[in-house]
Design a protein around this ligand. Structure first.
Ligand SMILES: NC(=O)C1=CN([C@@H]2O[C@H](COP(=O)(O)OP(=O)(O)OC[C@H]3O[C@@H](n4cnc5c(N)ncnc54)[C@H](OP(=O)(O)O)[C@@H]3O)[C@@H](O)[C@H]2O)C=CC1
Ligand SMILES: O=C(O)[C@@H]1CCC=N1
Length: 267
């Protein structure tokens, strides 16, 4: 019962499958996957014990829920038989930029469609996913969505128009954070530290600061100010950040990603 079929078996599908198995929400025999031309489906199946289906019909036979986890650019070339094969099933898409109306063209007879945006910290259960549904979810379907997305970490609901901004902030966000972590590590090395020490200090500083922020009722600015002694070292560093217009750069970064998500909706 409640078998889940994954179309796409890459990084994000693997994270969800691992989470579902670890949480006990599904057993390996309740999950099947299908990839494209590479070996991702066979690899995921051999790593986890789930089934790599030989084709679309076998994948969807007996499945109640479809998780769409291929690349957004691959949506248009999916097998048109999906329209009938997915009839009556719940569809959960994690494709960036692909709107519920567009998904409904591929899955016109699905019993409902959910568009979600998870992120890669979901690989260790530390993700956050926002989602929106095409029609109000039944209690049973809500339980399925909670189980699948909850396997990655925290879950929030948003209006579908907000999902491009969500994609730009929390979907792409780990990419910005990892780039920042790499920059901090390189800067520590440039300041005279051994590379491995700089890496450890950068990682623990990011981790500790994020945990303190999450545990605190204060805004980030108040925690920043607690670090900043008048005319001290942090002040000197923040002055340099400000003169480089760090905040404007981050705003433009997120807006560029949001723009790309909107573009993907038009392909
Ligand atoms: N990576 C991220 O941080 C996030 C990604 N997303 C979204 O998740 C989706 C998947 O991303 P990610 O896991 O990183 O990508 P991957 O490249 O790791 O995985 C893509 C998967 O799609 C499969 N695929 C390709 N063509 C087809 C096809 N015609 N039918 C079925 N499967 C196919 C690939 O198979 P094969 O390689 O074997 O050909 C592969 O298993 C994307 O839509 C992305 O927008 C959402 C949130 C975060
Ligand atoms: O870069 C991308 O398009 C995907 C969506 C969000 C994170 N990665």
């Amino acid at each position: 019962m409640n078998k889940i079929a994954f179309i796409g078996a890459g990084r994000m599908a693997s994270a969800i499958v691992n989470g579902l198995l670890a949480s006990g929400a599904r057993t390996a025999s309740q999950i099947a996957c299908l990839g494209g031309d590479d070996n991702t489906a066979a690899n995921l199946a051999s790593r986890t014990g789930i089934t790599a289906a030989p084709g679309l019909a076998a994948l969807l036979d007996g499945a109640d829920t479809i998780v769409l986890a291929c690349k957004p650019q691959q949506l248009a070339s999916l097998d048109p038989r999906l329209a009938d094969l997915a009839a009556g099933k719940l569809v959960l898409s994690i494709l960036a930029g692909k709107r519920l109306d567009r998904l409904a063209q591929t899955f016109p007879r699905a019993r409902n469609i959910v568009r979600a945006m998870p992120n890669t910290p979901g690989q260790i259960g530390a993700g956050i996913t926002a989602w929106a549904a095409r029609a109000p979810l039944s209690d049973a379907d809500r339980a399925i969505i909670d189980a699948v997305l909850g396997a990655l970490g925290r879950v929030v609901t948003v209006g579908e128009p907000q999902l491009d901004a969500v994609t730009a902030l929390s979907g792409s966000g780990p990419g910005y954070i990892f780039e920042f972590a790499a920059a901090l590590r390189d800067a520590g090395e440039a300041a005279g530290l051994p590379r491995e020490t700089a890496r450890q200090l950068a990682v623990e500083t990011l981790l500790g600061s994020a945990r303190l922020l999450a545990a605190s009722e204060s805004e980030a600015e108040a925690l920043r100010d607690q670090v900043t002694s008048p005319n001290g070292t942090t002040y000197a560093g923040l002055q340099r950040m400000g003169s480089g217009n760090f905040r404007r750069l981050i705003k433009e970064t997120v807006l560029a990603a949001k723009h790309r998500s909107e573009e993907l909706s038009k392909d």
